[in-house]
Ligand binder design. Structure first.
Ligand code: ADP
Ligand code: MG
Length: 224
């Protein structure tokens, strides 16, 4: 019975997701069609229309590429990796973007190895998603603290920003698809990150106070 219930829930999630994607993609498609029709009937497409069309196309592209991450086979290649090095890679990847926004990353890593069994690219994607949210939450710049620590049985990663924070009523909705407060957000980053962490038998927790900032804590089973 439990199994049946679990499968029904899973199907329901897939159905909701599919409906959400269809909806999110149909909106920009409707805009694109409208403008092309305008051009066909009146030949009056201007530069502004073209700019909008390009950004609507970019939006569709972004949604599709975020979903491709989910579509990749789940149990691919799990290897033993040190989370400190994966975080280091992601930080250098985002450093120039952060610099432009007056943001500095400060790290505090355990001196012990922090080894986990992981699909490296998937885990990188999680750290990129979380760090990007942190950057986007601090329009005036500031410090983002990144910690990685070995604890009994677990590797604990915390990413703390001092940004705008998340309203209390929004926190339970995080992880649902298309929940976004950003004009050009997709609301897919947290959902995808949570799924990736779950597939690593880990947990992800978000704590936040409006006006103070947000802390994301990720626990991953440690490889002894
Ligand atoms: P997106 O970034 O495309 O909006 P996400 O799933 O990454 O989608 O995040 C969903 C929403 O959660 C964001 O739009 C934002 O409102 C909120 N959020 C996530 N991380 C943070 C953060 N560090 N600070 C403030 N708000 C955040
Ligand atoms: Mg995001």
């Amino acid at each position: 019975m439990d199994e049946l219930l679990r499968r029904a829930e899973k199907l329901n999630t897939v159905g909701q997701l599919a409906a959400g994607v269809a909806h999110e993609i149909r909106n920009p498609l409707t805009t694109l069609r409208g403008f092309l029709q305008l051009q066909q009937q009146t030949n009056k497409l201007n530069q502004r229309h073209i700019d909008i069309m390009l950004s609507e196309l970019d939006r569709i592209n972004l949604i599709v590429s975020e979903f491709l991450i989910l579509a990749k086979p789940q149990a691919t290649k799990f290897r033993i990796q040190d989370v400190r090095f994966i975080l280091g890679d992601v930080i250098s990847l985002l450093d120039s973007q952060a610099h432009l926004c007056n943001i500095v990353f400060t790290t505090s890593f355990d001196s012990e190895p922090c080894e986990v069994a992981c699909e490296e690219n998937h885990l990188k994607q999680v750290f990129i998603n979380v760090l990007k949210n942190a950057i986007e939450a601090m329009p005036k710049g500031g410090e983002i603290e990144i910690d990685a620590r070995k604890q009994p049985g677990w590797i604990v990663i915390t990413i703390r920003d001092h940004g705008v924070g998340i309203p209390e009523d929004m926190i339970p909705k995080l992880g649902d698809p298309f929940v976004t407060s950003k004009e050009s957000g997709t609301g897919l980053g947290i959902m995808i990150s949570q799924r990736i962490i779950q597939s690593h038998q880990g947990t992800m927790e978000i704590r936040s106070t409006v006006g103070k900032g947000t802390t994301v804590t990720i626990n991953l089973p440690a490889v002894e």
